[in-house]
Design a protein. Structure first.
Length: 392
């Protein structure tokens, strides 16, 4: 809870956001309190960040000027807002962007009440970490938020039933350009129904949905205009890669952590001639000397800017000679990650300085630092760091 003085400054700042810049400059000369409030108002965009509790949200949403003008709402310090707070947010009738991160006490009913009021204007909705939400939440989204372009449901209990519901609402799916389903209960069955119903999709993220997401057969239904696809720690197979490469695509960024992918999948990527700018094939046992050469030979060399093959152990020569030969055509490369694949540091330095001299100096240094970092840390250190990054 904010102190009385902070409340006064916040209220004054909110009021001063609707006066002219000349009046703001005059207000700065009144006293210290007015100076701080006017300075805050002078830098203010049509975006509102408030502490994530029902009282603070209700206090901010009750200001008439905010109800008319605020376009983006971000709730910080998550976890203390309930359905009552959603009712307050509904007073901000002009919202186009709403971020409710880790609001674990908000339920499907609260989202339903909120979207009834603001859904028609809403274009971007993020409900990441709202763990109390279920498949029923998507029914409210489909019914009220018909102009959504971005939907993020990371770390929720949304599953295939919700994806089918979303696919049935054509007016909602046709406008979606970005969809994120990380750490959800989505499987191939739900994605097979949803993906073909989203023809305008440009970004799709299914990271950490588990082995139930293999990419078959919905990879074949991905829109040709899709620019970014990320499937980390999923059960992506060679068959899915073959489906991805069946038709011409505009894919610019592909991120796969696919331990089940073999050399055949890597070669299929190379034969596809995708205009990739960023490619990540972490922990992929299919990355070998021969498959890497086939991959880089097929890709458009001047478009590839970043390549990450970290963790691809066992298939690459330790002296870096083949790696150098495979990457030398990629003259547009600006970042390379090869940590955790057992490379010899002195040999890597020689290759970077001679065979891959087109890499920027800082990129070469970063590449060596990453390899050295992996060598000096233990497996336990990596595990501890990975778990520390997770939002439990």
């Amino acid at each position: 809870m904010m102190r009385a003085g902070e409340d006064d400054e916040l209220a004054l700042s909110l009021a001063l956001r609707w006066v002219s810049k000349r009046e703001l400059l005059a207000a700065m000369r009144a006293c210290r309190l007015w100076h701080r409030a006017a300075q805050s108002a002078l830098l203010w965009p049509p975006r509102l960040e408030v502490p994530c509790d029902d009282a603070s949200v209700a206090r901010a949403a009750s200001v008439p000027a905010l109800q008319r003008h605020v376009r983006e709402l971000v709730l910080v310090r998550p976890g203390r807002i309930t359905d009552a707070g959603c009712q307050s947010i509904a007073m901000l009738s002009q919202l186009t962007q709403l971020t409710l991160h880790s609001c674990t006490e908000i339920t499907d009913e609260g989202i339903g009440v909120l979207l009834q009021r603001v859904g028609q204007c809403l274009q971007r909705l993020s409900l990441d970490g709202c763990t109390a939400l279920t498949d029923a939440c998507i029914s409210h989204v489909c019914r009220s938020a018909t102009r959504l372009t971005t939907l993020s449901l990371d770390s929720t209990h949304v599953g295939d039933a919700a994806l089918r519901t979303l696919a049935e609402e054509a007016c909602c799916c046709k406008t979606l350009t970005s969809l994120s389903l990380c750490f959800t209960d989505a499987t191939d069955a739900g994605l097979c129904v949803l993906v073909p119903a989203c023809p305008a999709l440009l970004e799709l993220n299914t990271d950490f949905c588990g082995s139930a997401v293999t990419g078959e057969p919905w990879f074949a239904s991905l829109p040709p205009a899709l620019l970014e696809l990320s499937c980390v720690s999923c059960g992506i197979t060679d068959g899915a890669i073959a489906l991805l490469c069946l038709s011409p695509r505009e894919l610019r960024k592909l991120t796969l952590l696919a331990p089940h992918m073999t050399e055949a999948g890597v070669r299929a990527l190379g034969a596809s001639q995708l205009p990739l700018q960023q490619l990540t094939l972490s922990a992929c046992c299919g990355v070998t000397d021969s498959s890497l050469s086939a991959l880089t030979a097929g890709l458009l060399h001047d478009t590839l800017l970043q390549l990450d093959i970290s963790g691809c152990r066992g298939g690459l020569a330790a002296d870096c000679s083949t790696l150098c030969a495979a990457l030398s055509p990629c003259v547009g490369l600006r970042r390379l990650s090869v940590s955790g694949i057992g490379l010899d540091i002195p040999a890597l330095r020689r290759v970077l300085e001679r065979g891959l001299s087109f890499l920027p100096i800082e990129a070469r240094r970063e590449c060596v630092r990453e390899v050295e970092d992996v060598e000096t840390r233990t497996v336990g250190d990596h595990c501890e760091e990975a778990f520390a990054d997770l939002d439990w």
